[in-house]
Design a protein around this ligand. Structure first.
Ligand code: AKB
Length: 330
């Protein structure tokens, strides 16, 4: 994993500077536990607090502190920030694209009201705040191949709308109040830990189903091209960007990606390792979402400004996922 492949502690912090104290919200989603591992490796176990409203497993509790935090409870959050002397917030709590469409009022509360709470808190206590955005922040009017950093957005999902709102509010707070707001637009993130309720989830499920049952029914059409990245690259981008000096940042919101592929191309690569994998297609409402999203994401500004570079292309990703899922889930 990225945490163990790092060359050592404090890659970006000199030995004499104090480690930041970091709160991760929505910490038991797809990115939280792996992100905590990486940050703990760099800043010390006790300095990274994972939080969620979900009950943690024993494994979640293994590497450092976990607390209950409800992002809809402003006072509760305030107490956590003060009592734990938090310096940075990584705000992962959100309902993803497909699940958000099934419960729009809840998505509005979690994705928009929750964001209001953490951003206001970050302003009041002068915290650095990272909020992930997504390829889902684009829509049918956006150029799809490639999709540049600054262009028409106008998404058609509540998830996308909430992420555009987060991007704009964060930029506004930065310019108006000097808030240290940082935001990366991620593509579909692929990890052996399952995501929940996204449009790009097929690219994770196929590994689990494929290795267990040798068959997978895909809910997207075979030629649906979407940008993707392996979780180690995603967290590496987050880590580098969090630590990028202010003078390198020409904007507060950057596209990042690693590759783009269609289901057909991914399955062909997996079949090199699991030749008897049987694929069927049965597109559902997620196809309509995917049809409005970028096919190829232009992240040249992140590469130019703060040196973003990905490590995993499709062949390396497939090898690594087969290994991860076989070791941890089969
Ligand atoms: C989703 O599919 O909703 C997410 C995303 C691309 O933001 N994985």
């Amino acid at each position: 994993s990225i945490a163990s492949s790092n060359t050592g502690l404090n890659r970006f912090h000199d030995k004499n500077s104090k480690s930041p104290r970091i709160l991760i919200t929505g910490g038991l989603g797809q990115l939280g536990t792996e992100c905590a591992k990486l940050l703990r490796k760099n800043y010390g176990d006790e300095n990274v607090i994972l939080s969620d409203i979900i009950k943690p497993s024993d494994e979640n509790l293994m590497s450092g502190p976990f607390i209950f935090a409800d992002i809809l409870d402003f006072k509760g959050l305030q107490k956590i920030v003060v009592n734990n002397r938090i310096d940075w917030i990584i705000h992962f709590s959100a309902l993803l694209s497909a699940i958000g469409e099934q419960n729009v009022p809840l998505a509005v509360r979690v994705n928009i009201e929750g964001l209001h709470n953490v951003i206001e808190l970050a302003k009041q206590y002068n915290l650095r705040i990272f909020v992930p955005s997504t390829i889902g922040a684009f829509g049918p009017d956006s150029p799809r191949n490639p999709t540049p950093n600054v262009t028409i957005q106008r998404p058609r999902t509540i998830y996308g709308v909430s992420k555009v709102h987060a991007e704009l509010l964060g930029e506004y707070y930065h310019h108006k109040f000097g808030l240290d707001f940082r935001c990366l637009r991620f593509p579909g993130v692929i990890s052996s830990d399952p995501p929940g309720g996204g449009t790009t989830d097929y690219a994770v499920s196929v590994f689990h189903e494929g290795l267990l049952h040798k068959k997978y029914e895909c809910y997207l059409e075979p030629e649906t091209r979407l940008p993707m990245m392996y979780i180690d690259d995603c967290l590496e981008a987050l880590f580098q960007f969090l630590n990028a000096p202010e003078d390198k940042l020409r904007r507060r919101v950057y596209n990042v990606t690693a590759m783009s592929f269609t289901p057909e191309e991914l399955f062909a690569e997996i079949k090199k390792h699991i030749p008897d994998l049987h694929i069927t297609y049965n597109p559902d409402s997620r196809q309509n979402i995917a049809n409005t999203w970028p096919q190829v994401f232009d992240d040249s500004e992140a590469r130019r400004d703060w040196g973003w570079q990905h490590e995993y292309d499709i062949d390396k990703l497939v090898l690594r996922m087969i290994q991860d899922v076989s070791e941890n889930f089969i």
